[in-house]
Unconditional design. Structure first.
Ligand SMILES: [Ca+2]
Ligand SMILES: [Ca+2]
Length: 454
């Protein structure tokens, strides 16, 4: 069913126009978002733009997949400092989102109703859902190895939809349509900070749905429209409930999406993906595919209250996903399917310098990371077509109570603490067993150690 009368009229006008043209753009109620209907494949597409500068037209047809598969060369590695490895997965998937539940188990979702799963740490991926047209999934969040939610849209009804699995993707619950904007209801990325609190983007309406009750049914979600235009790319939802999304506007919520304010824009064109750490340091990116193909990243140290006056990174393709491990290590991924360009840029110094770590020759859309062991994390990037890459980085877990530095807190650390019992020696001698830094090794430090026992 068509969701609103204005939407219906727009579609009708497009159908008439499509008789003589394969792709026709019709003006929607919001001038920055355009709906069209492909006269050949009958897919409804939406374009996000501002003042004639376009960042994205989605979704894609089977013909797009065939053409891009034929055109994409094997991707060379950009350097040997960071080794990215291509994972093995089914061919022909327009991947939009990836989420790792653990070092072993993860999920990735894409267009034409496809979800794939790994159970071997990303090495291989297999289908757990393959609905086909008219289902498109642009968001995916694994809350744990069993519970995973996907978000997207139904291309015929125009509904924004989510779907849950409670058994690691073996079976899926009903397709749930979320009541939302009167314009374009389609959903993009989804994030949960715990099992109760989630946010899903109504990206093409500049809105969000939020839940504080797990989001299992449509009634668990509340719709809010902090922008009213469009958002693009990955967004941030921190455990402390701060939220940032960006597109035409940059919007911020301090409380899980209840209250919103508008922050300054970074780019004079428009913004897109946004990644902010708990320290309030972070990045915002964007780019265009028309009339020129290019991208950018700006930085912030105050949660987006202000941005660097100039880009800290300029790229030859739009940035669509941003992610930070800490204040120093971060990534910017993106690309453009229409010119077979894309990859991952990385920084190790908080955005002062960047290098192209991975040249995929195609569009990357989402990133995630997960701890592999006490000494390493796995970083993932996913995108078109059927591309998932993994980098395993040396990144030791910071355990203050790991006094002997072997990556675990155990009886050896306990013995060190007991042997250091009492007042700390005078500086510059170190006092590693004084875990709370109060100058004495005592029962308070013992409690900290026991609380972080491996
Ligand atoms: Ca230890
Ligand atoms: Ca102490």
């Amino acid at each position: 069913m068509i969701a609103s009368s204005s939407h219906h009229i727009s579609q009708f006008a497009c159908r008439l126009a499509a008789v003589s043209m394969s792709l026709v753009f019709c003006s929607h109620s919001d001038a920055d978002v355009h709906i069209a209907r492909d006269g050949v494949s009958d897919i409804e597409t939406v374009t996000c733009e501002s003042a004639g500068q376009v960042i994205e037209t989605v979704p894609h047809s089977e013909a797009d997949v065939k053409r891009i598969l034929a055109a994409t060369p094997d991707a060379p590695l950009a350097g040997d400092r960071v080794e990215w490895t291509k994972m093995t997965l089914p061919s022909g998937i327009y991947l939009r989102a990836i989420s790792m539940a653990s070092a072993d188990v993860g999920f990735a979702a894409g267009e034409l109703g496809k979800v794939i799963r790994t159970t071997d740490g990303g090495e291989t991926w297999q289908y757990v859902l393959n609905q086909g047209f008219p289902y498109y999934y642009y968001g995916c969040k694994a809350i744990d190895e069993d519970r995973v939610v996907i978000s997207g849209f139904q291309n015929q009804t125009g509904e924004g939809i989510i779907r849950w699995s409670d058994d690691g993707g073996d079976t899926w619950g009903p397709v749930i349509a979320l009541p939302g904007p009167t314009s374009i209801k389609w959903l993009a990325h989804v994030e949960f900070i715990d099992e109760d609190n989630g946010i899903v983007e109504a990206a093409w309406a500049g809105g969000v749905h939020r839940t504080t009750t797990g989001g299992q049914t449509a009634a668990d979600w509340t719709y809010i429209e902090p922008s009213g235009s469009w958002f693009n790319g990955t967004f941030t939802f921190l455990p402390d409930k701060r939220v940032w999304l960006a597109g035409i506007d940059v919007v911020y919520s301090p409380d899980g999406g209840v209250n919103w304010s508008t922050l300054p824009s970074a780019s004079p064109t428009f913004d897109g993906p946004i990644a902010i750490l708990e320290s309030s340091k972070g990045y915002i990116g964007g780019g265009t595919i028309s009339p020129s193909v290019k991208g950018w990243v700006y930085g912030t140290t105050d949660g987006g209250s202000s941005w660097t006056p100039q880009p800290i990174l300029n790229t030859p393709f739009p940035i669509r996903a941003l992610m930070s491990l800490d204040d120093d290590r971060g990534w910017a991924a993106g690309g453009n399917i229409y010119t077979s360009i894309g990859g991952v840029w990385g920084t190790e110094d908080g955005g002062d310098t960047w290098q192209l770590e991975l040249n995929t020759g195609n569009e990357m859309n989402d990133m995630d990371w997960v701890r592999f062991d006490a000494g390493h994390v796995d970083v993932y990037v996913a995108g078109y077509i059927s591309q998932i890459w993994r980098a395993r980085l040396d990144y030791p877990l910071w355990l203050p109570a790991d006094i002997n530095g072997d990556g675990v807190v155990d009886v050896l650390d306990l013995l060190e603490l007991l042997s250091a019992w009492g007042p700390c020696p005078d500086p510059p001698q170190e006092c590693p067993a004084d875990l709370d830094g109060n100058g004495v090794v005592d029962v308070l430090d013992l409690l900290i150690l026991l609380a972080s026992w491996s």
